[in-house]
Design a binder for this molecule. Sequence first.
Ligand code: SAM
Length: 223
Amino acid sequence: MYDGEAIWSKVDDYFVDRLVNEDDALVAARESSARTVMPQADVSPTQGAFLSVVARIAGARRVLEFGTLAGYSTIWLARAVGPAGRVVTFEIDPATAVVAEENLRRAGVADRVELVVGPALESVRALVEASVEPFDLVFIDADKPSNPAYLEAAVALSRPGTVIIGDNVVRNGAVADPDSSDPRVHGTWGLIDMLGQDDRIEATALQTVGVKGWDGFAIGVVR
Ligand code: SAM
């Protein structure tokens, strides 16, 4: 019988084996998510590498991330921006932030990452008020009900060409269930509607399968 989840994981293993260079620091960061507020909620290795490839295609030097967890995706992004680059990442849980700081140091990227502890909406509004330099790439991966507000802030902190990526937009197909009462799905609907209706952005969404099951990314670029 066709066992989707099992074969998706095998295919991920195949790609990781041949394409994804996860060093000890990345493996340690991924494994340490067990000590955070949301164990195993980090992106998968192929997805981390995907974020890195997109950041490099975009020539990103300034990255903004909503949702640090153990810093797994942060490390991929921080390596992609290079030593002169900057990643600002938001995490609400102080104990989780301690785990992330440890991982960023081990990965040798602590000097280029600013981890801001607190509610992301407050943290990002402070950046908007301070009129900071625009970001080249924004990765939205925190509490999903806030996605529309995060997208609005991301656009305010963008320039033409800024790439915006939102994670977990499929949720085992729940996004297409009009009766869903899951607030995370409602947050995704808000994000997708805004991406579709906002003339400032060109966007699409891609479904993914793999070790993290069936999910997907929304990806857009500011015109
Ligand atoms: N991006 C990470 C990765 O792939 O390695 C995974 C992030 S995890 C899905 C979501 C994170 O967002 C958790 O660490 C959680 O504590 C954080 N979070 C949840 N609500 C938040 C909020 N309001 N502000 C900031 N961070 C929040």
